[in-house]
Design a protein around this ligand. Structure first.
Ligand SMILES: Nc1nc2c(ncn2[C@@H]2O[C@H](COP(=O)(O)OP(=O)(O)OP(=O)(O)O)[C@@H](O)[C@H]2O)c(=O)[nH]1
Ligand SMILES: C=C(OP(=O)(O)O)C(=O)O
Length: 222
């Protein structure tokens, strides 16, 4: 049986990585988002017996998913008028989780960020092993405030994603254990120029490395 099902959300590329908009033109920003998605996906698919679904309405992200062997779940769109970005993200993840659990009752779920270009397969394996011991767990991002992975191994409770600003605290309050392992690639989501520099130092997958070289970083692939 598949060990767990990984859900990776990606919003429309034109809206993505707005915190890099002051340094990167829209076209290269879109290339970077797709490259980080590809490297995140490749590391995830190399982590063992995991199914992977990309949650997106973006055709370019869906094409990358299909090329890598992942499934695509169409973003259901805003849950209501005036909903916030975080509400849209969590609604999309929760809908995808319900769909997966309908097909595969009780399967473990991992909601994973799409911008983890330095992710190593063993980090995801180790986090999943630890999450199984406690049922519900998170990996805090490198700032300690956000969540890069919500690992939900409680068979008969819905995912209840709570991503968005300060999501680590909310996930912990919802009963998730914050994992303490040494997981530098899994903790490094890339939102800012400083994050990009940190990822380049840590070593990214080849797709991201190639974009970094185009924008002036001299980096070896991991
Ligand atoms: N499917 C889906 N994914 C989303 C949605 N909102 C955000 N995401 C994804 O969730 C992750 C975190 O989202 P954000 O931090 O809002 O966006 P970002 O593109 O990483 O960065 P900023 O634009 O700088 O905030 C990213 O992978 C997004 O693509 C949504 O409404 N639907
Ligand atoms: C959405 C989140 O992350 P970020 O905004 O850093 O991508 C989060 O940590 O819940």
């Amino acid at each position: 049986m598949t060990a767990a099902h990984v859900l990776i959300p990606v919003k429309a590329l034109g809206l993505a990585k707005s915190r890099l908009a002051h340094v990167l033109e829209p076209e290269i920003r879109a290339d970077l988002v797709l490259a980080m998605l590809r490297d995140t996906l490749d590391a995830t698919l190399a982590s063992g017996d995991l199914d992977v679904t990309i949650v997106t309405s973006d055709p370019h992200a869906a094409a990358v998913a299909s090329a890598c062997g992942a499934r695509v779940f169409p973003d259901p769109g805003p849950p209501g008028a005036g909903s916030t970005g975080a509400e849209r993200l969590n609604a999309a993840l929760n809908a995808a989780a319900a769909h997966v659990r309908h097909r595969t009752p009780g399967i473990g779920l991992i909601a994973l960020q799409a911008d983890l270009p330095a992710l190593r397969p063993h980090e995801l394996v180790s986090a999943l092993d630890d999450a199984r011991q406690v049922g519900r767990a998170i990996v805090e991002d490198h700032t300690g405030l956000g969540t890069t992975a919500l690992l939900h191994c409680v068979p008969h409770e819905p995912l209840h994603a709570m991503f968005g600003a300060d999501s680590a605290r909310r996930h912990v309050e919802s009963g998730a254990r914050a994992l303490t392992g040494d997981l530098p690639g899994l903790r490094l989501d890339v939102d800012t120029v400083a994050d990009l520099e940190a990822a380049a130092r840590l070593g990214t997958g080849p797709a991201t490395a190639s974009v970094l070289v185009r924008i002036g970083f001299a980096v070896p692939a991991k």
